[in-house]
Write a protein that binds this ligand. Structure first.
Ligand SMILES: Nc1ncnc2c1ncn2[C@@H]1O[C@H](COP(=O)(O)OP(=O)(O)OP(=O)(O)O)[C@@H](O)[C@H]1O
Length: 496
C-alpha cells in the first residue's frame, strides 16, 4: 500500500520568500550568492548554515538554486566517497554554458559530522573551488576547524510558535482540513522551534483522527524528542547518525527499546529485514538485562548501539511518512477487555504453533500486524497456519474490510490444502520442529531472564566489534547466522 506523501516534502517552500522566520539568514545567503553571480567569488567560498533541525536550512539551498538557476549537487559530508565526488564538481567550469548546462552549487549536509581527515581534504577543495559550496550543520562548533575557518557562518534560529502556527495553518488550508485551534497551538508549543516536527505531528493527527492527538501530544510533553529520534533512526542508513539520534532523549534505554520495538515493523518492506532489525533489538535487550543484574550500566552503550545503529542498517526501508506511536505495551491499560482477550488468544496461538515464549510471541504479533496490513496474501497463510478466526484477524489488521479480504484468501488456501490433503502437513511441520528442538538443544532458553545468563564477557566484547563492523561495512550489518532449530516466524516464511 503506497504511503501518503510526507507533508514536510509536499509543503516544502519552493521560493525563498515562503521560508518563514529566517529573514536575516536569507538576506545573508542572497548577498553571498550575489557575489558569485557577479563573477567576484566571495573571500569565503563556503557557507555554513548552522542551526537546529527543521528550521529551513536545506529548504533555503533548494529554493536558492531554483531562483538563481543552479543545479544542486547534494553530498553527505560524512560519506568517505564525498571527497572524490566534490573533486569532480569543484573544478567544473563555473559558467552557464551554451549547451544549457546549469551552474553547480555543492551542498554538503551534516558538516558537523565530518571526520578529521575528510575535513582536511574538503578544506583544500574549498580553496580551489570555482563553484559555491554550502554546508549545513546543527552544531557549528562541531564543524572541523579547517572548514570553519574557510566558511562564512549564517545562523538559523529556532522558529517561534507564531511562525509555526502560520506554517501549519497554510498546510491545513491547502489540504482543506480543520483541527481545533487549541490543538494547533499545542502542536506548535511542543515542537520546540522545529517546524519539521510540527508538520509531522500535524500529519499524524490529521490522518490518525483528532482523538489520537491527545495521546500523541501527551507524550511530546515529557518525551518530546523520542518521536524525532525514532524518525531519524528509521530514516537513515548511517549507523553513526542513528546512534546520535537518541543523544538528547530523556528516557531509559529499556523504554526506548519498547518504542523502537513496536514501531519498527512498519518501517521495513521485507520480512527478513524486519527479522534482522529484531535480532539487533533482542541483543540490545540481552545487554540491558545484564546491566540490570550486574549493575554494570556501561553496557547500556552497547544496548543503545544495537537498538539504534543495528536497527537502522537492518535493511531497505519504506520511503515516505512514518507515523510513530507510543508503544502499545504502555497503552495496554487503556485497552478494552474484548481487545485484551483477543490479543491473548492470538498470542496463545502463536506460542503454541510457533513454539515461542510469551514475550517473543508478543513481538511476533507486532510483525504480524505489519504483514497483515501490507501483504494480505502472506497474511492469509498465517491465518491458516495459526488457525485464526475472523475476529482475531480483525484484531490483528484493525480494519473490518481488510480482515474480510484476508479471510476470503485464507478460505481459498484452506480449500486447496484440503483438496491436496496438505492441511495435515502444516500440523506435521510444526510438530517436527518441536521434535527437532528437543533432539538438538540450542543452548538458548526461551525466557529473557534465562537467556541473559548466557552472555559471556567475550560476547560483550564482540558487541563492540560488531558495531565497528557495521560502520566499516558502510552501514550494512552481516546477516546473523541462524541459531538452533526453533520455529520462528521467519522459518515459517522461508517454508512458505
Ligand atoms: N523556516 C521554514 N519555513 C517554512 N517551512 C519550513 C521552515 N523550516 C522547516 N520547514 C519545513 O520543515 C521541513 C524540513 O526543513 P529543512 O529540511 O529545511 O530543515 P533543516 O533546517 O535543513 O533541518 P536538518 O538540520 O535536520 O537537516 C521542510 O520541508 C518544510 O516543510
Amino acid at each position: 500500500m503506497p504511503r501518503e506523501v510526507p507533508w514536510v516534502e509536499k509543503y516544502r517552500p519552493r521560493r525563498l520568500d515562503e521560508i518563514v522566520g529566517q529573514t536575516k539568514a536569507i538576506e545573508q545567503v542572497k548577498a553571498w550568492i550575489g557575489a558569485w553571480l557577479e563573477g567576484k567569488p566571495p573571500k569565503k567560498k563556503a557557507l555554513i548554515l548552522a542551526g537546529p533541525p527543521g528550521t529551513g536550512k536545506t529548504t533555503t539551498v533548494y529554493a536558492l538554486a531554483r531562483e538563481y538557476g543552479f543545479e544542486v549537487i547534494e553530498l553527505n559530508a560524512s560519506d568517505e566517497r564525498t571527497y572524490e565526488k566534490i573533486e569532480r564538481y569543484v573544478q567544473a567550469a563555473y559558467t552557464m554554458d551554451i549547451l544549457g548546462k546549469r551552474r553547480k552549487l555543492i551542498f554538503l549536509d551534516e558538516a558537523d559530522n565530518i571526520e578529521p581527515t575528510g575535513a582536511r581534504e574538503i578544506a583544500k577543495l574549498i580553496d580551489r573551488a570555482r563553484n559555491p559550496i554550502i554546508m549545513s550543520a546543527n552544531h557549528y562548533w562541531e564543524v572541523p576547524r579547517d572548514i570553519r575557518s574557510r566558511a562564512q557562518i549564517v545562523e538559523y534560529k529556532r522558529l517561534t510558535q507564531r511562525d509555526i502556527i502560520k506554517a501549519l495553518a497554510r498546510i491545513l488550508h491547502h489540504e482543506g482540513k480543520r483541527v481545533p485551534k487549541e490543538l494547533l497551538y499545542d502542536i506548535a508549543k511542543h515542537a520546540g522551534g522545529d517546524l519539521r516536527a510540527a508538520v509531522n505531528d500535524l500529519q499524524t493527527v490529521v490522518t490518525g483522527g483528532v482523538e489520537d492527538a491527545a495521546q500523541v501530544l501527551a507524550y511530546r510533553d515529557t518525551e518530546k524528542s523520542v518521536f524525532q529520534a525514532l524518525a531519524q533512526i528509521f530514516a537513515t542508513d548511517n549507523a553513526k547518525k542513528a546512534r546520535m539520534a537518541t543523544l538528547g532523549v530523556d528516557m531509559f534505554p529499556h523504554e526506548l527499546l519498547q518504542w523502537i520495538d513496536e514501531n519498527l515493523p512498519y518501517v521495513y518492506y521485507k520480512p527478513e529485514d524486519i527479522a534482522r532489525a529484531y535480532e539487533a533489538l533482542s541483543r540490545a535487550d540481552i545487554y540491558l538485562g545484564r546491566a540490570q543484574r550486574t549493575g554494570n550500566y556501561g553496557l547500556w552503550k552497547y544496548a543503545t548501539d544495537m537498538m539504534t545503529a543495528g536497527v537502522a542498517v537492518a535493511g531497505v526501508k519504506k520511503k515516505g511518512f512514518v507515523r510513530i506511536y507510543p508503544p502499545k505495551t504502555i497503552k495496554l491499560l487503556t485497552e478494552s477487555k474484548a481487545e485484551r482477550s483477543l490479543r491473548d488468544s492470538v498470542v496463545k496461538k502463536i506460542m503454541s504453533e510457533m513454539h515461542m515464549a510469551k514475550l517473543e510471541a508478543l513481538e511476533t504479533l507486532n510483525v504480524l500486524k505489519a504483514i497483515f496490513e501490507y501483504n494480505p496474501d502472506m497474511a492469509a497463510h498465517f491465518v491458516v497456519f495459526l488457525d485464526l478466526d475472523l475476529k482475531e484477524v480483525e484484531f490483528i489488521v484493525g480494519d473490518k474490510e481488510k480482515a474480510k479480504a484476508i479471510w476470503g484468501k485464507s478460505m481459498n488456501i484452506e480449500k486447496k490444502l484440503k483438496e491436496r490433503g496438505e492441511l495435515e502437513e502444516h500440523v506435521r511441520v510444526a510438530a517436527e520442529n518441536e521434535t527437532e528442538r528437543e533432539v538438538e538443544p540450542t543452548g538458548e532458553e526461551e525466557t529473557g531472564e534465562e537467556a541473559e545468563e548466557e552472555i559471556s564477557e567475550e560476547e560483550l566484547q564482540k558487541a563492540e566489534e560488531e558495531m565497528e563492523a557495521v560502520e566499516e561495512s558502510g552501514g550494512k550489518i552481516h546477516k546473523p547466522k541462524k541459531k538452533g532449530k526453533q520455529a520462528t516466524l521467519f522459518d515459517f516464511l522461508g517454508k512458505k
